[in-house]
Design a protein around this ligand. Sequence first.
Ligand code: FES
Length: 245
Amino acid sequence: MQLKLKVWRQSNPEQSGHLKDYQLSGVSPDMSFLELLDLLNEQLIAAGQDPVEFDHDCREGICGSCDLMINGQAHGPQQRTATCQLYMRNFDDGDTIVIEPWRAQALPIVKDLVVDRSAFDRIMTAGGFISVKTGSAPEANSILVAPAQAQSAFDYATCIGCGACVAACPNASASLFTAAKVAHLALLPQGHPERQQRVLKMTEQMSAEGFGDCSNHGECEAVCPKGISIDAIATMRREYFRAIL
Ligand code: FES
């Protein structure tokens, strides 16, 4: 396959960036999207040019590092798929692909396609934890959890914190991310000791980081690579009102 890439290049947070054109040939339909960027970087390095900076780690859809806006869609055209799990067979020979970083005030660009997602870490530090004692695994039946409840908690726990929800939201809201964490822990008995302070502190931190409010557009749910339902946000709101009352 032969592709034309328009890639966001920005040398540091202070300087403005621009889309730079690259022609790439020899692209296999079986390559992942990150392997496409690897191929581009090999060619740039061979030509003595600066490679394109982009984040990645697991390349297995687990870590949430591969945060790219592809043709205006967070993680590209395939639903419920992180960028690292997106394959070039989803594109056609001769396509032009525009590759940009997430755009949100609270997730500032560091360089090229890399954004600073430490705001998510601070939201987690504010309350995304439980106070169970560590040690050996407890006996499985010592705390009973209904299967449906456990399944919902697990669904919310699949959030990989990639930030696609923020990038797709017109308000740059981190509500789906924060709600997934709040709902996951609120559904399990182990999360109940900090239940009230958790939702208050995490939502407070979310606002302090500069994320916008949720106005129920639903774009977050549409682009979430793990298919996390916007129902999580309704749960977070209920948890919030429960806490302040
Ligand atoms: S690189 Fe880890 S989820 Fe994509």
